[in-house]
Design a protein around this ligand. Structure first.
Ligand code: MCF
Ligand code: FE
Length: 416
């Protein structure tokens, strides 16, 4: 049995108040105990101790939505005006030959940037037949692998086998309401009911998506469909993208992680809460793609709200600290001093909840997995949550997934 006591001057469990001069005990990759350092030292004798000293020990960040496999696309994107032009460029780039090596290198580079910015779990969208899977499995990161479904893949896609192990699990990810016809969505729902795997989907991202579900003239149907020789499909008419999926029974006792949720009306938020829908905010991607911003003030009240960088297809970089900082700035106006806690919550327990993994990860509590990071005190504010949101790669000293050290500034720790 592998046992370790880790002490730090500040522990930030997220699910409860800050702890001073405390420690936690890890046994076989799980948190066995947490509390006063002297009590734990007394109780657990002859156990190896890692004394981290001044700084903050907190749960590892959860990048709940990314496309690591699309790193290579970054230099294929030119100037664009609005979402549809961007989508055209992405589709054209994906049509061109890209080597498996380029995709694999993107995933490897992406993993490095995740670990360097404090991420212990990634929600990866996978659209290249699983080229990213072996690299992610080898990385030691915890991974939720969303297999992307679009109409053109309907006949070849496997809706029924889902791999799951300690650090890795697969789910289905119908890409979006405009790329998945109701027939495909129905197959996905059937699989969900049978296999009990939560789902993910890009939802309510652009104004064009609203026109699409309104069945009004829209550039997705007029400009994107011809580009991929796609026939338009019959669909229900709805006011909003969320209303559209709801009318298809998408949220009937299902676990669904929705990505973006920008084009959502304030009065839909209560219903989203009642239906227990997960939301992943990708603020920098939204700004990059010029789609506006979600109703952030309303979302602050919800439990299942996480944070994602999206891919290099719609962001400058995959640095999670930067994403967190932007969320904090955007929330500051509406939430004032609560913004720092809410942002760190979204980066950790909120992300775990948005992915329906809150029983396992996202906070430092007895019984949860030992996925954690330590930030040094070189960036100290009086409010420790503000220290976290304003930290950078430079402040990260240690990163651990299931008790295994994936990154450490101190070479001595590599032997633990
Ligand atoms: O989240 C962003 C914006 N919304 C939609 N799609 C993507 C995003 N980043 C990458 N994508 C990919 C998507 O996974 O773009 C392709 C898909 O493979 C569009 S073609 C259906
Ligand atoms: Fe995305």
């Amino acid at each position: 049995m592998k046992k370790l006591l880790i002490s730090a001057d500040t522990i930030m469990p997220i699910s409860s108040e800050l702890l001073k001069d405390s420690a936690l005990v890890i046994v076989d990759g799980k948190i066995k105990d947490i509390g006063s350092a002297s009590r734990l030292r007394n109780h657990y004798k002859n156990i190896e101790e890692l004394e981290l000293g001044e700084g903050i020990l907190l749960p590892g960040f959860i990048n709940a939505h990314t496309h690591l496999e699309l790193g290579w696309i970054k230099n294929k994107i030119g100037g664009f005006k609005g979402f549809t032009q961007w989508l055209q460029q992405i589709i054209s780039a994906k049509k061109e030959a890209v080597s498996n090596q380029d995709i694999e290198d993107s995933v490897s580079e992406g993993i490095k940037s995740q670990i360097a910015s404090g991420v212990t779990t990634v929600g990866e969208i996978s659209s290249y037949g699983g080229l990213d899977i072996p690299i992610l499995k080898k990385s030691g990161l915890r991974t939720v692998l969303f297999r992307e479904a679009v109409d053109s893949k309907e006949t070849t896609m496997d809706f029924d086998s889902f791999e799951k192990s300690d650090l890795y699990e697969e789910r289905l990810f119908p890409h979006a309401p405009y790329s998945c016809s109701p027939g495909l969505l129905e197959k996905v729902l059937k699989s969900h009911k049978k296999n009990k795997r939560p789902l993910g989907i890009h939802l309510a991202e652009s104004r064009e998506e609203i026109n699409f579900v309104n069945r009004k003239a829209n550039s997705i149907e007029n400009e994107i469909f011809p580009l991929i020789a796609k026939e338009s499909f019959k669909r229900k008419k709805a006011d909003t993208p969320f209303g559209y999926l709801k009318s298809l029974g998408f949220f009937d006792k299902n676990k669904v992680t929705t990505i973006h949720m920008v084009q959502v009306k304030a009065d839909e938020v209560k219903e989203i809460q009642n239906l227990d829908v997960g939301i992943v905010l990708c603020p920098r991607s939204n700004l990059f793609l010029q789609v506006g911003l979600p109703p952030l003030k309303e979302y602050a009240k919800l439990k299942r709200v996480g944070l994602g960088t999206d891919g290099l297809s719609s962001n400058y970089n995959l640095d999670f600290f930067e994403e967190l900082r932007v969320l904090h700035l955007l929330w500051s106006d509406a939430l004032g001093k609560e913004a720092s806690y809410e942002s760190v919550h979204a980066a950790t327990l909120g992300g775990a909840s948005a992915l329906f993994l809150e029983d396992k990860i996202g906070s430092l509590e007895i019984g949860k997995e030992a996925d954690l990071i330590f930030l040094n005190s070189k960036n100290k504010f009086q409010n420790p949550y503000l220290s976290v949101v304003s930290s950078t790669n430079e402040n990260l000293e240690l990163l651990m997934v299931k008790g295994n050290i994936l990154y450490s500034k101190n070479p001595k720790l590599a032997s633990i």
